[in-house]
Each structure stands twice: as C-alpha cells, then as structure tokens.
Design a protein around this ligand. Structure first.
Ligand SMILES: NC(=O)c1ccc[n+]([C@@H]2O[C@H](COP(=O)([O-])OP(=O)(O)OC[C@H]3O[C@@H](n4cnc5c(N)ncnc54)[C@H](OP(=O)(O)O)[C@@H]3O)[C@@H](O)[C@H]2O)c1
Length: 334
C-alpha cells in the first residue's frame, strides 16, 4: 500500500463552466484507521452534475465545498486496513470518499457491494445514486400507468436512460430529448424509447412534442429545465405528473434564465409538479438497488457507462460530462 494519498481540492470557484484550473492536485499521507474505522483504496469515482453546485459559494441543499477542501463525491473501492468490526480487508464498499485515492471511514454512509454481481462502476450508476434517482424519482412522483405518455429531458444520461426503461417496464409510451443524434439513436435502439429528438438541432420544442407525443404528456421527468420544460408545460394532459429531478441547463449560467409564466398550465390541467432529492428515500435504498439489479439481470434494464482511466483525469471527466460529451454514466477508474 502506497503511503501517499493524491487528492483533488477546490482551488477556485468557477464563473460559468468550470475549468481545470479550478482544481488542484495535492498529496497527503494515507490515513491510519483508529478503533472503529477502516481505510478504503478507491478504484472508481463518480462525477455528477450536482458537484457543480458544490463549487459555488452559496449554500444549496448541501453546504458548498470550501476552497482548499477535497471535492465531494461517491466512490467504490476496497478496504485495505480495518479496525471496524463490520468491515474486513478486501471488502468492496461504496462510500462518499470524494476526489481522493484513499478514504477513512467509521461506517457512516458506507455499505458493502458485490463485485461479482456487477463491475464496481455500476454501483456509481445503475446500481447507485443515479439508478436510485430514476427508480424513486420517477416511480414515486410520476406514478406511471399503462398507456401513459412519458417525456424525459436529458434522456440519454445516467438517470434519463434508466427512467425511459422504467417507463417501458410500466407499459408507457416514452419520448426523450438529448444533445446528439447518436444519443437519440441509442435511446430508441437500445433503451426502448419510442422516439427521441436532438434538442440542439430540432429547436421548435412545442412542435416536436406535438409530433412525437400526439396524445399529450401524462408524465414528465425533468433533468434539464429551461426552454424544453416550458414546451412540456404547454403539452400536458389533465392530471399530469411532473418530477423535477435536475435543471442542468441552468447550472453554469451567471444569471437565471427568464421564461414565460406557465404555471397556469398546472392549473388548467389540474397537474402536479414536485421536486425531489434522492436521499428522501435513503431508508429504501436496499429495495431500489435490489429491484434495479434484478431488472439488469433479466435484461429489462440496460446501461452504458463512459469510464475514463486515471485519477489524474477527474477534472477532465467532470467537465466533459457538463458539456454533454459523456455517453452514459461518467466515472473515472484508477
Ligand atoms: N434530484 C436528485 O436527487 C438528483 C440525483 C441525481 C441527478 N440529478 C440530476 O439529474 C440530471 C441528470 O444527471 P445525470 O447524473 O444523469 O447526468 P448525465 O445526464 O449523465 O450527464 C449530464 C448531461 O446533461 C446534459 N446537458 C448538459 N447541459 C445541458 C443543457 N444546457 N441542456 C440540456 N441538457 C444538458 C448533457 O447531455 P446532452 O448531450 O443531452 O446535452 C450531459 O451529458 C442532472 O440535472 C442532475 O443534477 C438529480
């Protein structure tokens, strides 16, 4: 075991899109576990859109990362030293160890995963936070019924591609939007989407929704916000359900975008819009992971991952994901 722990810290707060210069690569000593603690050597790191919010100075639903502190994030790795009765050397665990090569843990927020069932990276995607986001955020808020039309924005991402497949399992018609023709083709050919459009080239979203959802939208799973969401709001059916998962089109803006006032659409269609944070269902994570795992095993849920090798590439992986260059769940492998 090396005695050097490389860490990516927050060097500066971005304005607009983050740049590599916002991060610093530093070294510290690998920690020793005290009584009731263990040390994990991380082998897979997640990079996620929410990390952009942590780079801002303002408090959101979670505190910002302080300047000079290690960037936050979900990771999977192996226990390399333990003085904890529940964790032994060699166990594979998930934990929020952040952008560093070694994490020290007393068990809080960590759980064991099975590396024989799925590769470690899957526990950062389909069997991890994005999978749970799709499972609970879609099923609990949209409450899909057979025959419903479901629209998903940010459809080809880690969360969106799974939401569409969950909708198909529940007998819905599913349409999505994504940022490249390749991603749209993938949604239809691999994920069972009935249709998908490229929001960067097909920019009359209201017309596109009329064409691809001729019977209106019953459920909307929103990953992006902005103009696409405006168009969905004027395409709703009565008693539609909208799950607000993310607003990535707004994360790198200096000023919030102004849009038309469309809340009337919720009134006239007697519809519901609800935001969520996945950890609302923390107690039910084991159920979500088990069910998603069964669907993966049965071939009912497919997933794709975009893995970059090398811890030194963490900022690159994060920034490319924010620019939409990822094809599937973005993560980094040691
Ligand atoms: N509420 C929660 O608890 C929770 C949990 C997890 C994730 N989320 C949210 O869910 C959303 C998806 O996350 P993810 O992990 O699955 O990421 P992801 O979709 O795998 O990656 C981010 C994608 O966002 C798209 N994007 C970037 N800028 C955009 C813009 N201006 N307009 C539209 N799309 C844009 C890009 O795809 P394109 O090529 O299609 O542009 C990019 O690939 C994010 O908004 C995230 O914050 C929420």
């Amino acid at each position: 075991m090396s005695n050097m722990n490389r860490q990516w810290t927050l060097a500066g707060r971005p304005s607009g899109f983050p740049e590599e210069s916002n991060f610093s690569l530093v070294e510290s000593a690998v920690p020793d576990p005290g009584d009731g603690e263990f040390v994990v050597k991380v082998e897979a790191w997640s990079v996620d859109p929410y990390m952009r919010g942590r780079m801002n100075a303002q408090q959101s639903y979670s505190a910002p990362v302080e300047l000079g502190a290690v960037m936050e994030g979900g990771t999977v790795g192996r226990v390399v030293a333990s003085k904890h009765s529940d964790y032994a050397e060699g166990d594979t665990v998930y934990g929020k160890f952040g952008w560093q090569e070694y994490g020290l843990c007393d068990g809080t927020g960590a759980y064991k995963v099975d590396p024989d069932f799925a590769p470690m990276s899957a526990y950062l995607g389909v069997l991890g936070m994005p999978g749970l986001t799709a499972y609970f955020g879609f099923l609990e808020i949209c409450k899909p019924k057979e025959g419903d039309t479901v629209f998903v924005s940010g459809a080809a991402g880690a969360v969106g591609a799974l939401v569409g497949q969950l909708a198909k399992i529940h007998g819905c018609r599913v349409v999505g939007s994504a940022g490249t023709d390749e991603k749209c083709a993938y949604l239809v050919s691999e994920c069972g989407y009935d249709a998908a459009f490229n929001y960067k080239t097909d920019t009359d979203y209201v017309a596109k929704l009329k064409e691809l959802c001729p019977n209106g939208v019953d459920c909307y799973f929103d990953n992006v916000g902005g103009a696409i969401t405006d168009a969905v709001l004027v395409s709703l059916n009565d008693f539609a359900r909208i799950s607000i998962c993310g607003q990535i089109s707004q994360y790198n803006l200096e000023k919030p975008e102004m849009g038309p006032r469309l809340v009337w659409a919720l009134l006239v269609h007697q519809s519901k819009m609800e935001g969520f944070l996945v950890f609302r269902w923390l107690e039910r994570y084991p159920e979500g992971i088990k069910q998603m795992g069964e669907w993966v095993k049965e071939g009912k849920i497919k997933y794709r991952e975009d893995i970059i090798d090398g811890f030194e590439n963490m900022p690159k992986a994060f920034i490319r994901m924010l620019h939409g260059e990822n094809k599937g769940k973005q993560s980094v492998r040691a």
